[in-house]
Design a protein around this ligand. Structure first.
Ligand code: HEM
Length: 229
């Protein structure tokens, strides 16, 4: 009953989009911090990847949870977008505190590009379909060599460029998405709009820099394999 009402009303769907979006951002922050193991070195990265792989129950629960979050987030966001397009533009003129920007008008497009990135990324680093040769390497301790997989992957400038551009689109999506979530939760109002805008752009920029630093340092050869590696 509650679920039915939540999905039927536009404010209910907005709330679900905001909650699922917030949970996806929490995943991104955790993923970015995990990726920084690459900056520490081979042992840190492979230990981290191995620890995750040795907890299949938790990993599969997280995978299914993430997939459900993504499906619900995208389906409801697209349905709200279609509804808003059909409604008269004046409808929200007095209630929306967030200004219509290029990012806000292209949320569905940037979201679909990110979906394409996620599919590519899983085929690349999780399924090993894109670059099987570097996926099946083992380190000296017989573990999956996630470190070498990432280094070899980003030594290819096309892959690095693709990931960095994808992270730019992610930041663009989040620069509006975070403001929108704060508005839905009633945290943003006319008085604090400028602060909310700065926080959203700040967090989006942090994620852009935090994710891009890995491919960037590798393609610039600042992080590289030891000689003969
Ligand atoms: C430069 C940016 C990124 C890098 C270097 C990176 C790196 C990685 C690596 C190395 C793995 C495999 C981990 C392992 O083998 O244990 C992975 C998995 C994954 N990444 Fe990323 N990632 C990046 C950005 C993203 C973004 C922006 C998203 C989401 C929008 C994302 C979503 C995922 C997901 C869903 C998995 C699969 C987890 C699993 O099922 O095992 N990644 N990433």
């Amino acid at each position: 009953m509650i679920a039915k009402r939540l999905f039927q009303s536009s404010i209910g769907r907005k709330t679900v989009v905001a909650v699922t979006g917030s949970l996806l951002v929490l995943f991104l922050i955790a993923h970015m911090l995990g990726n920084w193991n690459t900056l520490i070195g081979e042992e840190a990265m492979n230990h981290y990847a191995h620890t995750l792989q040795s907890m299949p129950g938790i990993v599969w629960t997280a995978r299914i949870g993430l997939l459900l979050l993504l499906i619900v987030h995208m389906a409801l966001a697209i349905s709200l977008n279609i509804e808003n397009r059909m409604a008269r533009p004046q409808k929200y003129a007095f209630t929306d505190t967030v200004k219509a920007t290029l990012a806000s008008r292209t949320m569905v497009l940037s979201g679909l590009v990110l979906l394409f990135f996620i599919v590519f990324h899983i085929l690349h680093f999780t399924a090993g379909v894109i670059d099987p040769e570097t996926f099946h390497i083992q380190d000296a301790k017989g573990r999956h060599d996630a470190y070498r997989m990432v280094i070899y992957g980003f030594m290819n400038p096309y892959f690095s460029a693709f990931y960095i551009v994808a992270m730019l689109i992610l930041a663009f999506h989040l620069s509006h998405g975070i403001q929108s979530v704060l508005q839905t939760f009633g945290i943003a109002n006319r008085q604090n709009m400028e602060t909310v805008r700065k926080i959203s752009i700040g967090l989006a920029t942090l994620l852009f820099v935090g994710f891009s630093i890995v491919p960037l340092l590798i393609v610039l050869n600042i992080i590289s394999l030891p000689a003969g590696g």
